[in-house]
Design a protein. Structure first.
Length: 264
């Protein structure tokens, strides 16, 4: 069921409302009612005055945040432009906007009820505030759901990266087939010098550098021994196998150890 259309009077602001800030503000506006609801459920048992006062402060903060969500949402709607003019998108946007305005006014009403429950401190007033808070939280979740559909299903204020339009469409370049040959090494690319020629040149250089060997000295002639000395003329050299001749008769054999007189 659609809610009756309501509006918020245009209030001149001393600052410019930035665009594309609405999602950041809305996340906080959706989370705060749930936090307040949990605190009120706990306070039904604890019955702490401090929790009640803190819940009232959060309700005032929620009213300010919801008003900020309305302002940022209006700025994003102006930026969207013609996207919101189509049938389904326009009806969904109007429902989202109307529910958001109701949330702003409802937050102010809830803050007043909470203030009365803190002052009066009666159980019926707490129950009434709790029932209104549950309905307010459900409306907040439903409003956020419609905003999610505008963005994710209809692409409102979603920027898409489009390729630059060109007159000619380039055909995709076919991938080159991978070469099955193994890459040649750098050594195979550079020509090798003939190994045999280098070996022969080095052998020739070594031959030239090698000094000529010194001539061998002639074999030393062995000095003639006593047996090989030539005998004087007229005498025949005794053979090595002949025994020495016996001394002549009458000549006294030299006595061993006797000294001969020196010749005058």
């Amino acid at each position: 069921m659609a809610l009756p259309a309501v509006s918020i009077p245009d209030i001149p602001l001393p600052f410019h409302v930035p665009v594309e800030v609405h999602p950041c503000v809305v996340h906080l506006a959706v989370a705060l009612p749930m936090v307040i609801l949990l605190m009120e459920l706990v306070n039904l048992v604890a019955k702490k005055r401090a929790l009640g006062v803190f819940s009232f402060v959060l309700m005032l903060l929620l009213a300010v945040i919801l008003f900020g969500a309305y302002l940022t949402g209006s700025a994003d709607a102006h930026q969207a432009g013609a996207v919101l003019d189509s049938g389904e998108v326009k009806s969904l946007f109007e429902a989202h906007k109307t529910q958001g305005i109701y949330l702003v006014y409802s937050a102010l009403v809830l803050a007043v009820i909470k203030l009365l429950s803190v002052l009066i401190r009666k159980t019926p007033m707490r129950v009434i505030f709790l029932l209104f808070l549950i309905a307010f939280t459900a409306l907040t979740i439903n409003t956020a759901k419609k905003g999610k559909e505008l963005v994710f299903e209809y692409g409102v204020n979603v920027k898409t990266a489009s390729a630059p339009a060109t007159g000619e469409s380039k055909a995709p370049v076919a991938a080159e087939p991978a070469s099955t040959e193994a890459p040649k090494s750098e050594e195979a690319k550079t020509p090798k010098a003939p190994v045999e020629a280098e070996k022969s040149e080095s052998a020739a250089a070594k031959t030239e550098e090698k000094p000529a060997s010194a001539p061998q000295a002639p074999a030393a002639e062995s000095a003639p021994t006593a047996e090989e000395k030539p005998a004087p003329e007229g005498e025949t050299a005794p053979s090595a196998h002949e025994a020495p001749a016996a001394p002549a008769a009458g000549s006294a054999a030299p006595v061993q150890g006797e000294k001969r007189p020196a010749s005058e």
